[in-house]
Ligand binder design. Structure first.
Ligand SMILES: *[C@@H]1O[C@H](CO)[C@@H](O)[C@H](O)[C@H]1NC(C)=O
Length: 205
């Protein structure tokens, strides 16, 4: 009984943070790894890391330098940053459909004239993303940026060797400002959860 009482607050906390998959099955899709591509200015070497949640259901990318800046004395090259990365997702054998969830977050300071924008294009080369890319996310005020993208995906995995599949994200963030001499604004992404939910797997497509 002790175990039961301990587990409840943890479940309640998880549920309040985000809509976790309710019917995650053993062997269902799980994010196993993420690595940056090249040496982009938004995630130069040493500023990109990856962690798995307990239970391995959610992969979290941690960005130490993914911030777009404008303001007095700040070089114009800081206004837009990019970070491209590969995420390895292990799918079960069979035909799987689901939604790949991308959940970027950051603490920000955006002047009331400005807009922070997150723009991404995603590919799943061994499968399909039938809805294409989600629209840009625009962030205008407040300090705690958090957004969800839900990307429908389908994939057919025929054998054990095909199970680890690459999901590629080409992302950029930038600040839009109407002013030629803008006030200080910062739009940053500090971490990003990635997981797959609403999963249905059938033996064949
Ligand atoms: C997928 O990759 C992870 C991490 O490298 C590894 O632990 C796992 O065994 C791989 N899965 C399969 C089915 O090969």
């Amino acid at each position: 009984m002790k175990l039961f009482t301990l587990a409840l607050p943890a479940l309640a906390a998880a549920a309040s943070i985000q809509p976790l998959q309710s019917r995650q099955v053993a062997g269902g899709p799980r994010v196993v790894y993420a690595a940056q591509l090249g040496n982009p200015n938004g995630c130069p070497a040493g500023t990109f890391s990856f962690a798995l949640s307990e239970g391995g259901l959610i992969g979290t990318i941690i960005f130490d330098a993914y911030n777009a800046l404008v303001g007095p004395g700040i070089s114009t090259g800081e206004r837009e940053k990019q970070c491209d990365f590969d995420v390895t997702i292990e799918f079960p054998i069979g035909c799987t459909t689901g939604n790949i969830i991308v959940h970027p977050r950051g603490d920000n300071f955006i002047a009331n004239t400005d807009t922070g924008v997150y723009s991404a294009s995603y590919t799943l080369p061994k499968g399909q993303l039938p809805a294409g890319n989600p629209p840009n996310i625009q962030y205008r005020s407040g300090q705690n940026f958090a957004a969800f993208q839900s990307i429908p995906a389908s994939i057919n995995i025929r054998n054990q060797n095909e199970r680890n599949t690459t999901f590629t994200a080409r992302t950029r963030i930038f600040l839009e400002t109407p002013l030629s001499n803008p006030q200080y604004s910062e739009f940053s992404i500090q971490n990003m959860d990635i997981y797959v939910r609403d999963v249905v797997t059938t033996p064949t497509c």
